[in-house]
Structures are given as C-alpha cells and as structure tokens.
Design a protein around this ligand. Structure first.
Ligand SMILES: Nc1ncnc2c1ncn2[C@@H]1O[C@H](COP(=O)(O)OP(=O)(O)OP(=O)(O)O)[C@@H](O)[C@H]1O
Ligand SMILES: [Mg+2]
Length: 357
C-alpha cells in the first residue's frame, strides 16, 4: 500500500557522537543491518539516529555524555523521505541542545518527534517496566504526540507553567497560585488526551501482549492525583505540602501507566525476560496503533534484539516486527543474523568507521 513507509530516514550523518568522528549512512526504507565487533560503534549509530527524532539519547539523560571525548559538540544531520525534510541537531557542552527542521530552529525538541518518528528496543528496554514512571510517561506521550496534533503545544505549555509554579513556590510563595488556572486547564486537557490515546492503544495492547507473552497484562492509567477528583481540588488539597517543599505534588507530570500481572505489579512478579517482552509489547502495540490509525510508520531501531530472549519468544517478537513493515535499523555482532536473514542494506562498523557492504 502506498501509505506504508511514508516517513523513513534516507540519510544520516553524525559528527563526534561517542566514538564516531564522522560517519554517513544512506539508509534503506526496509531492513538495515549494522554489524561489527564489541565497542565498534553500532549502538552509537542508533543513538545518533534516535537523537534526530527525539532530541535525546536512549542510553543517558545527559546528552553531554554522548559528545565525543575532548570535543566541544556533536552534530547530527538527517534527511527523511516522503515527505523529504531535513533535520539537524547540535549539542554543545554546557548549553541546551538545539535543533532545526527544514533550516528553521524548533522552539521545543518535542517537535522533532513529528518530523521523524523513531522508537528503539535495546537491551535496557525492560527498564520501561522496572524503573520510574518518567519512562512510561515518555513512552505514552510519544504515542499521543502522533495521535493528537495539538498535544505537543498543550504538553509544552503545561510543563512551562509547572516550572513557573515550582519556581514561585520556592522564591515567591504568594505568587504560586497565579499559575493554577493555567495549570488546571492544561493539566486536565493533557490527561484527556492521554486517556483517549490509551483507549485507542488498548486493542493493540491486548493482541500484542497475548502473542508475545502468552498471557494478559493489565495496563491502566493513573492520572497523577486522586482518582475521581478534579485537578483543581487536588491542587488545593496539596497546597500546604507544595508550599512546604517548594514543589507541585499533583498533576499529570506525576501520572503513571501501571502494569499488572494477575493483579500484581509486573515489576515485582515478572522475570527479567518477561519484563523485556512486556516492554517490547508496549512499543510494538504503539507502533501498530500509529500505523493502522494514523499512517505514521515510525522507524524502529533494534539494538542487539536477541539479548535475553529464548528462541520461541524471539521468533514471536521478530514475527511481529516484520509484520509492521516499518523501516528497521538492526545491530548485530556478525554479518549474518538468523533472525533477519535477508536485510536490504548492510553496513560494517569498525573502530567508529562505517562502510556499506
Ligand atoms: N563520549 C564518548 N567519547 C568517545 N568514545 C566513547 C564515548 N562514549 C562511549 N565511547 C566509546 O565508544 C565505543 C563504541 O560504543 P558502542 O556502544 O557504540 O559500541 P557497540 O558497537 O554498540 O558495542 P557492543 O557490541 O559492545 O554493544 C566504545 O568503545 C566506547 O567506549
Ligand atoms: Mg552496542
């Protein structure tokens, strides 16, 4: 179908990203395989691609760590196909990351996700289940960015208002309430968007988790303040605590996506491999939702996909991935990987240098 493979990354160049001094790759809209020995720079290439679509790394919160040692800055440039757009990103030490789309600076890095949608499954993917709610909020919000056009603006304005309110709580407590009307309005809107998007996700979630894990995992939204109460009331009730700590304790910035197996938190009862499958199912379900409902097939990065999965579960996982028919960039230690036997394009990496094979 014509709508498939609409946005894919056709070209990427990266300078001073980890061990990569300067690399260029012409990517195929189908399966791309990057192979090379340990420490050659495979994950670094995926990181560079991810930076273009997200403005951040999937390996660290601090983009500064991604800058090549002893270098002042990193630069990544890319070109998407259909529609053709250019995206550039620059991160220098000690300054905020900046990005351009089509030659114009973006006001928020969140805008990148609409130009180049990209997702990653790496060996740390289980952290989506195991670690803090912030990861699950990022996962959820990335999906909503693509489902609802106005969400990025609501999201950005909410977080600005929140910052202002927190700053006021610390510096000028009597002024903090001035931010409440905006925070309440945007916070309720943000919550509604997330709920709508999770409702769209649900059928894909049930189907994906069943075929990957062979059992149900309950996925529920917890909004970040007392259920069945208005955000305005929750803010008011939280007033004394907020003032005492100089921090806003309720609102969608405290939301979470809870995952339960037989009524118990998945992080407590699922094994590491099962957590990986649950996290993979979260990502794949979202990609299916975007592909089926919104013609936004994202690029999927698979870093060492075989790690920690037995062969039956790995086969189920790869089967789902192939059926997505999205652009794939896969890393592997060797040139032939049994799970992707016929990649469309192959690159070899050695000591931070890449060449097409
Ligand atoms: N900021 C940095 N500056 C320079 N080099 C770095 C930086 N961060 C990491 N490296 C180095 O980059 C190299 C490549 O790392 P990368 O994780 O991309 O390798 P890889 O090919 O994915 O290896 P593996 O097969 O072990 O996963 C490593 O040798 C690492 O030490
Ligand atoms: Mg690696």
């Amino acid at each position: 179908m014509a709508r498939e493979r609409l946005v894919s990354l056709a070209f990427i160049s990266a300078a001073d990203v980890r061990c990569l001094e300067s690399v260029e790759l012409d990517l195929h809209p189908g399966q791309n395989l990057i192979w090379g020995p340990n420490g050659s720079g495979k994950t670094s290439i995926l990181e560079a691609i991810f930076l273009l679509g997200r403005g951040r790394s999937f390996r660290t919160r601090s983009t500064e760590r991604v800058i090549r040692r002893d270098r002042p800055q990193l630069i990544v440039f890319g070109r998407t196909a259909a529609p053709e757009k250019t995206v550039g990103l620059q991160a220098a030490r000690g300054t905020p990351t900046v990005a351009k789309v089509g030659g114009t600076f973006v006001s928020s890095l969140a805008e990148l996700s609409q130009v180049f949608p990209v997702q990653v499954v790496d060996p740390g993917v289980h952290k989506l289940v195991e670690e803090s709610a912030a990861r699950r909020r990022r996962w959820m919000d990335w999906g909503v960015f693509h489902v609802e056009q106005g969400f990025i603006e609501t999201w950005t304005r909410y977080h600005r208002a929140l910052q202002q309110r927190n700053a006021a709580l610390r510096d000028e407590p009597t002024q903090a309430a001035a931010w409440d009307p905006e925070l309440i309005h945007l916070g309720e809107a943000l919550t509604e968007s997330r709920r709508r998007s999770l409702a769209l996700l649900r059928p894909h979630w049930s189907e994906t988790i069943r075929s990957l894990l062979g059992r149900e995992v309950e996925l529920t939204y917890s909004q970040g303040w007392a259920r069945d109460s208005a955000l305005a009331d929750a803010l008011q009730a939280s007033g004394p605590r907020d003032a005492a700590r100089g921090l806003t304790h309720v609102g969608p910035h405290r939301a979470d996506v809870q995952l339960r197996v037989d009524g118990l938190p998945a992080r407590d009862v699922a094994s590491r491999g099962q957590q990986k499958l649950i996290a993979v199912a979260m990502i794949l379900a979202q990609l299916k939702m975007l592909r089926d409902g919104f013609a936004t097939p994202p690029t999927l990065l698979l870093d060492d996909p075989a790690a920690e999965l037995d062969s039956a579960h790995l086969t189920a996982f790869i089967d789902q991935v192939v059926r997505l028919r999205c652009q794939l960039v896969i890393t592997s230690l060797g040139p032939d990987t049994a799970i992707f036997p016929a990649p469309d394009r192959v690159f070899h990496v050695e000591q931070g240098r890449v060449r097409p094979v």
